[in-house]
Design a protein around this ligand. Structure first.
Ligand SMILES: CC(C)(COP(=O)(O)OP(=O)(O)OC[C@H]1O[C@@H](n2cnc3c(N)ncnc32)[C@H](O)[C@@H]1OP(=O)(O)O)[C@@H](O)C(=O)NCCC(=O)NCCS
Length: 155
């Protein structure tokens, strides 16, 4: 798949607070992408295009506290959280989500990606990618944590 993945840098003069890295688009959840929020030094956004059309977005965060998930491996500085991840409505089920994750894994060979799953469909997606699921031990209804399989790291 000829997916063009581009990192969206925050402009040097852009405010960390109130920065909206993506242009509002009907294919994407406005609650995730359109509200001005903190776009700090640890925030990394990617957009993915096919044939020049934006088909997916990802927002990663460097600062992650997963201590509540006691069954998860201790990842230390290797952890990198996928805070938001979305394939455009109408383009789902074409393998775009899997391809974008594969590309992120290649971009970050020394990191371990994790995601707090947002819904049952996402649970199935992360499961299909082979990511291991960890429940929140005290809040069974809270988002399960999915952890990318180890590449070089034990766990
Ligand atoms: C979840 C999401 C990112 C998946 O992206 P996608 O491009 O549709 O997924 P892919 O086509 O790459 O699917 C990869 C595999 O996961 C499976 N899968 C994906 N979504 C699924 C769903 N909702 N239910 C069941 N299986 C699903 C596919 O069948 C495929 O399995 P296969 O390899 O055996 O064929 C996309 O549906 C989405 O953006 N959903 C809304 C936002 C969201 O929930 N994001 C996740 C945040 S944690």
């Amino acid at each position: 798949m000829d997916l063009e993945v581009r990192k969206k840098e925050r402009g040097v003069d852009a405010e960390r607070y109130g920065c909206v890295p993506f242009v509002s688009s009907p294919g994407f959840n406005p609650g995730w992408w359109d509200d001005p929020g903190l776009y700090g030094d640890g925030s990394i956004c990617f957009e993915a295009r096919l044939g020049g059309v934006e088909v997916a977005r990802a927002r990663l965060e460097e600062t992650v506290d997963l201590s509540a998930y006691t069954t998860a491996p201790t990842l230390g500085d290797a952890v990198l959280q996928i805070e938001f991840f979305e394939v455009a409505e109408g383009r789902r089920g074409e393998g775009i989500g899997r391809e974008l994750i594969n590309r992120l894994v290649v971009m970050y060979p020394n990191r371990r990606l994790v995601a707090l799953s947002q819904n049952a469909g996402a649970d199935k997606f992360w499961g299909k990618l082979g990511w291991r699921r960890h429940e929140h031990p005290e809040e069974p209804d809270w988002h399960p944590l999915y952890v990318q399989p180890a590449q070089r790291f034990p766990g």
